[in-house]
Design a protein around this ligand. Sequence first.
Ligand SMILES: *Cc1c(COP(=O)(O)O)cnc(C)c1O
Length: 384
Amino acid sequence: MNYEIETRCIHGTDTNRERHSFGAVTVPIYQTATFSHPEIGKSTGFDYSRVSNPTRRELEKVVASLEGALDAVAFSSGMAAITLCLELFERGSHFVCTEDLYGGSFRIFQTIGESRGRSFTYVDTSNEKAVEEAIRPETKAIYIETPSNPTMQVTDLAAMKRLADKHKLLFIVDNTFLSPYYQNPIAFGADLVIHSGTKFLAGHNDTLAGFLCAAREDLAEKIRYLYMTTGACLSPFDSFLVLRGIKTLAVRMEAQQKNAMRIAQWLKEQKEVVNVYYVGLKEHPGYETSKKQTRGFGSMISFQVDCEETARRILNNVRLITYAESLGGVESLITYPMLQTHADVPAEIREKLGITAVFLRMSVGIENCDDLIADLRQAMHPYF
Ligand SMILES: *Cc1c(COP(=O)(O)O)cnc(C)c1O
């Protein structure tokens, strides 16, 4: 059966419930490190939980079905998935990347990546020409985030695929910001899709997880081998939590987007707000591209305020909204990218991108939107 995405969030592609003991509706947490062998040379299909575990396997099947991937591998964090992704490439490999990547990705590329002989060029990947100009003979992959973090630049997936084919490169997308509910890069030709499962997939700000999804058999095999060898696997309990979170992915994403749209509109009207970066606003430069390749705009908003004092006042005075890193959960969070998520990005790059002392990023949750707006209002104007 070809189920729609809302159904696949709950059941994956496999609705045969007899597979769980006693007809259990949800997958048991197989809290075991190892599995007995029925006889010499025989396996139940599971031997050792670093390699695979039934609870994790169930989660991986659901994520693979959501992304339209051949295989999805569940890691202990998004960074563990990105680390393994780097291991797929030999020394000397060069990457063309989105310039405002997640700060942790930038950090790993610049430290471990560079010291192990990989090199990285950062460009505005919403500019196809800039990407092509950055490609060198030793380039092996295009690595993008769209919308980017935190300036919400939209990269054209089909254009990147054309460049990747023309220059025989792998096309890799970190799809954390929209989740598979709103965007499926494999449908546009991506070879690998990465997720920080910590964010929208798990959705409750309560567990870390990561995914590496492969569109091709040869890549899937290589990833499984490296995964078994390096061991940054997701525990059975955390696998259960992420599976549980994904069951409500569709309703959460819709509710979060609805709130985000209203908050973006409200922010635009505030005299203290100078600039609102939300892809769902018609004037956003990525709006049209986004409409071609996504089912929605998500719930991440960045905005610039009039002065540093306003930015600090908001962060210090929010009550309902939490001043914290991370994103994608049911709780609304607000962060200061300059000091937190993007602190490792060199100051001159931050300046160029506009990630300054007046730049804030908000992950909109599923609280009542009037309550969220009232909280932002009182934080902005605590004296009224
Ligand atoms: C959070 C995040 C990561 C890292 O994931 P962790 O689960 O925190 O290790 C990678 N990419 C993006 C876009 C993220 O937001």
